[in-house]
Design a binder for this molecule. Structure first.
Ligand code: SF4
Ligand code: MG
Length: 336
């Protein structure tokens, strides 16, 4: 298959004063070349940790990583830091929720866009400045030739986000990891940035991992979707499949806690009762069982004793039968 990135049975643990945190616990997924994988889940579901690990940005001293992160066949788990440095900002790049974590206040925007270009391509300062202006133009910054010499504080929040995207794309990465890239922006600017990302993806052909807690955003951005809970994937499929006919009670909860897509925003939000599980002491069996309202539909105490596996392809890690997954969704969840 044409998997550009293939993550297999990833386990990420870190030691804290209180014990071992299982941040990612047996996660597998693929990202195809030029496609967008959405990863959705509440905070603490492991979605950000997963992606920091892909970039090798986890704290190596206190963190144990097992499994494989294959980027075009190269295992990033065993790749030395020096080699990873050559990949980061070059073949793989990242944009964050807050541009100020990526942009330094002390240097001009242009210099910061130029820097990775010089580092990875060996371009001259003059060439890199031209490239920075070209990138600012591509991301829709007006008067790029003057703006290139501005400092981040002279940009609006939306413009800083655009500048960070310019910096991420300056070396034409094959994989872009976007972690809640529009969460801090108002709705109008958010829509503009998402449109921009889609346009740039067309132009650059990058694969994107788009991390969010917002299923509304994902429906517009992603081809495939991975729903994470408690450091594991609980549902996987194309965005269409998962949003039209979700098969996991956790996904049902996420969907019913968001306003209808394109519908009235006056639909009351019904958040999933309970709190995300502790990663120090994850629940036995299915990690969602303390919050799940369907455990009585599964025979015996399998929900609390037996971990439901996630199959290959379109799948949901839940002990309900295929028929139950369909009928419960259609009867109880869908019509509101
Ligand atoms: Fe709910 Fe049981 Fe399915 Fe887990 S396995 S989601 S607890 S029904
Ligand atoms: Mg996060």
């Amino acid at each position: 298959p044409d998997s550009f990135l293939s993550v297999r049975d990833l386990r990420v643990r870190f030691s804290t004063e209180d014990g071992i945190v299982k941040a990612v616990d047996g996660l597998s997924f693929d990202v195809e070349r030029g496609k967008t994988l959405g990863i959705v889940g509440e905070s603490g579901s492991g979605k950000s940790v997963t992606n920091l690990t892909v970039l090798g940005l986890h704290n190596r001293k206190s963190t144990t990583v097992e499994g494989e992160i294959l980027l075009e066949g190269q295992d990033l788990v065993t790749t030395p830091e020096k080699e990873l440095e050559k990949l980061r900002g070059n073949k793989v790049a990242m944009i964050f929720q807050d541009p100020l974590t990526a942009l330094s206040p002390y240097y001009t925007v242009g210099r910061q866009i130029a820097e990775p270009f010089i580092k990875h391509t060996g371009a001259s300062k003059k060439e890199a400045r031209e490239r920075a202006i070209e990138m600012l133009t591509k991301v829709g910054i007006p008067q790029p030739k003057t703006r290139v010499d501005d400092y981040p504080h002279q940009f609006s929040g939306g413009m800083r986000q655009r500048a960070m995207i310019a910096m991420a794309l300056v070396c034409d990465p094959d994989l872009l990891i976007a972690d809640e890239p529009t969460t801090a922006l108002d709705v109008t600017v958010q829509a503009q940035i998402l449109d921009l990302l889609k346009d740039l993806q067309q132009e650059f052909g990058s694969a994107i991992i788009f991390i969010t807690h917002d299923l509304g955003v994902i429906s517009d951005m992603a081809d495939d979707l991975l729903v994470m809970y408690s450091g594991r994937a609980v549902e996987r499929g194309s965005v269409r499949e998962v949003l039209r006919e979700p098969r996991h009670p956790y996904t049902w909860g996420l969907l019913s806690s968001m306003p209808r897509l394109g519908g009235s925003t006056s639909v009351p939000l019904t958040p999933i009762p309970g709190t995300p599980p502790s990663l120090l002491n994850p629940p036995s069996g299915c990690p969602f069982h303390p919050r799940c309202t369907f455990t009585d539909k599964v025979s015996g105490d399998r929900c609390s004793t037996e971990r439901p596996p996630l199959g290959e392809g379109r799948a949901a890690a839940c002990h309900l039968t295929a028929e139950q997954k369909q009928t419960i969704f259609i009867d109880k969840i869908q019509p509101r």
